[in-house]
Design a protein around this ligand. Structure first.
Ligand SMILES: N=C(N)NC/C=C/[C@H]1O[C@@H](n2cnc3c(N)ncnc32)[C@H](O)[C@@H]1O
Length: 405
């Protein structure tokens, strides 16, 4: 963050704007655009008009406008093998995409395919190797694209696969495509918001009546117990080495339970109720503006008495057949399916609540996209425990988890 001083008064006109008076010292946290910056004044944050401010201290040295998509860092992370190895090593994920190609091999003949965010090109290579599309546009923004070209040649697919290095939003294709395939899903389905790039490519390059793979997506949720995680991070402070460290428990709650826990492996037996799809996305009708705030409702009849430590979330995506009436292929990242590199995401409540069968946990989940950092979001879970008269614990609550800003 950098210090600026206000040269003029500014009256805020939107709820997300920050008003100030000439002479106020503001802390600028981010510069999502050259007109509006994200700043703080006396603990309140909001958008401010950049032209009303001037830098204190080393004036003149203009720090670079920070990219709200953090593309340099994001695509940088995909120019090394680490993440590609993780994704390719995820057999459930990779075999599912291969199964989609194989089960649609006849209908893929002579089709034009776009593989958005192809990485090493695995999906494109499946298409060229296991079916006979007329062309596959393998689009990859990171420096990995150079190697992807080599892999295409190495596997004799250069007749079919054309690797285009660049962002899906920027590249030009010679024509529209029949199939837009992408592996875009992040934690809680949308984290990283690569889905926006997929929708942008759909709107630009998918022909009328073309097919989206995945065709639809769902976020699943369940109230759960998380005894091991709770013991490891919170109960630990009760009596370590015979001493009472409980004054550290508020710190532990802040440090370990404020953000969701990625890569959590939930046992099916941890579920206190049958998981439900709380959000469903139709990849044909979903609009980019819909991504700003996605809301789901839930009503879980408690089936197993136990300790309600939090909620666990995961996703499933569906690949409809190119043939009318053909079978839909599912990739499910839940606790009852083959493990994947996404595992599940655990949202810990501040206080565990004991739950008895006969009660129910009803409420909402809201995914709110970060207005400044466009690959980030917050998840707000609000719940109400009803039908358990003899339970003295708090009956309702709400908690907002940043992912990550
Ligand atoms: N998180 C999951 N599941 N997959 C991440 C997969 C990301 C891959 O897609 C590329 N990618 C992401 N967004 C774009 C874009 N807009 N244009 C071109 N390539 C892109 C990244 O560089 C990675 O190689």
């Amino acid at each position: 963050p950098r210090h600026y001083v206000a040269s003029y008064n500014f009256i805020a006109s939107g709820s997300d704007q920050l008003g100030f008076t000439s002479g106020d010292a503001l802390l600028v946290h981010a510069k999502p655009s050259s007109e509006w910056w994200w700043a703080e004044l006396r603990g309140v944050k909001g958008y401010v008009p950049a032209s009303y401010l001037c830098q204190t201290g080393d004036a003149g040295e203009e720090d670079e406008i920070e990219d709200p998509w953090q593309d340099e860092e994001y695509f940088g992370s995909y120019s090394t093998l680490r993440l590609h190895l993780e994704m390719l090593s995820d057999r459930s994920r990779t075999e599912t995409y291969r199964r989609v190609v194989v089960s649609n091999r006849a209908s893929l003949r002579n089709k034009a395919v776009m593989d958005l965010g192809c990485g090493t090109g695995i999906i494109s290579l499946f298409c060229a190797q296991l079916a006979q599309p007329s062309v596959v546009y393998a689009v990859e923004a990171s420096a990995m694209a150079e190697y992807t070209r080599q892999l295409v040649r190495q596997n004799g697919c250069e007749e079919v696969i054309r690797v285009l290095q660049g962002r899906g939003e920027d590249i030009q294709l010679p024509g529209k495509v029949d199939v837009l395939v992408s592996e875009w899903m992040g934690n809680c389905l949308v984290f990283e918001f690569m889905v926006e790039s997929v929708l942008s490519a759909r709107d630009r390059w998918l022909r009328e009546g073309g097919v989206m793979w995945p065709s639809s997506a769902a976020l699943a949720l369940a109230p759960c117990q998380a005894h091991d995680y709770f013991a490891e991070k919170m109960a630990f402070w009760e009596r370590p080495y015979g001493l009472d460290f409980t004054p550290l428990q508020p710190l532990a709650q802040q440090e370990f339970f404020t953000k969701p826990k990625f890569s959590h492996v939930m046992e099916p037996s941890d579920c206190l109720a049958s998981p439900r799809h709380v959000i469903s996305l139709n990849m044909y009708t979903l609009q980019i503006k819909d991504l700003e705030e996605i809301t789901g409702q839930f009503d879980f009849p408690v089936e197993t008495s136990g300790t309600f430590h939090g909620f666990t979330a995961w996703f499933a995506v569906y690949f409809e057949s190119l043939d009318a009436g053909g079978t839909t292929v599912e990739l499910n990242t839940g606790p009852n399916s083959e493990p994947t590199h996404w595992k599940q995401t655990l949202f810990m409540l501040d206080q565990p609540v004991s739950l008895n069968t006969g009660s129910s946990v009803t409420g909402t989940i809201v995914l709110r996209r970060n207005p400044v950092w466009r690959r980030h979001m917050s998840v707000t879970l609000s719940w109400n425990i009803s039908g358990d008269a003899d339970n003295w614990c708090p009956q309702s609550g709400t908690k907002t988890f940043p992912m990550w800003r």
